[in-house]
Design a protein around this ligand. Structure first.
Ligand SMILES: C[S@@+](CC[C@H](N)C(=O)[O-])C[C@H]1O[C@@H](n2cnc3c(N)ncnc32)[C@H](O)[C@@H]1O
Length: 220
């Protein structure tokens, strides 16, 4: 198959940002603070944050569940465009990283829209389902440990209403998924996840080569 996706080199990436990014000063500061951390690479890119926010608006989402929050950039992007009645449940296990997130959410004036759950996300999602929240969410974002992607997907899908959307990050995993010499656990987990989703008749599907690869799956 010929390559129909344009190669985005640094110059073109800078151009893309220059003509389309509408990042707030607060979001930029959060990226700057995060960039000094050893795990900075885990943060989504600003154009991806803007894309997620656009999707949230497009489907008129009010209730969002996020799996993998880190220092809170993606949650900040998505929760900022929720109506005041909306809410985002943020799942993470790291108190130190999410303390940074909470600081920025408060400064953005959206702290009351975000409910941070510090626990293994599989447990939080199971609790939500057990508590009667199945079918009550509009949007899900999965961006945590790769080995649990299938488990996260199944639970988030249960939480979504029909027509709801789940976005799954890192599905191209730096290109490793298409490199047969890469046989590590995470690459294997993402490959298995991508393959399973390809044939999953419960969703409409598109794999978008933004950031590290973002799959969009709409619940039928
Ligand atoms: C790639 S980062 C998320 C980046 C974030 N979406 C952003 O925009 O900056 C992955 C996060 O998943 C969290 N995580 C890892 N294993 C987890 C688990 N079992 N349950 C919940 N969160 C987990 C990590 O603590 C980390 O903050």
């Amino acid at each position: 198959m010929s390559n129909r996706t344009i190669t985005v080199d640094d110059r073109l990436y800078d151009y893309l940002c220059e003509v389309s990014l509408r990042e707030t000063e607060l979001m930029r500061r959060l990226r700057e603070e995060t960039s000094a951390m050893p795990n900075a690479g885990m943060q989504i890119s600003p154009e991806q944050g803007q894309f997620l926010a656009l999707l949230v608006r497009l489907i008129g989402a009010e209730r969002i569940v996020e799996v993998g929050t880190f220092t809170g950039y993606s949650a900040l992007c998505m929760a900022s465009v929720l109506p005041p009645t909306g809410g985002l449940i943020a799942c993470d296990v790291n108190a130190e990283w999410t303390a940074i997130a909470s600081r920025y959410w408060a400064e953005a004036g959206i702290g009351d829209r975000i409910d941070l759950r510090l626990a293994p996300a599989l447990d939080t999602l199971d609790d939500l389902i057990a508590g009667g929240d199945a079918g009550r969410f509009d949007f899900g974002f999965i961006d945590a440990d790769k080995e649990n992607y299938q488990g996260y997907f199944e639970r988030v899908l249960a939480l979504l209403r029909a027509g709801g959307l789940v976005a799954i990050d890192n599905v191209l995993w730096g290109g490793s998924v298409a490199n047969p010499t890469k046989q590590d656990k995470d690459t294997g987990a993402i490959r298995a996840f991508n393959n399973a989703l390809h044939g999953d008749a419960r969703v409409d599907l598109s794999l978008v080569p933004i950031g590290d690869g973002l799959t969009l799956a709409r619940k039928r």
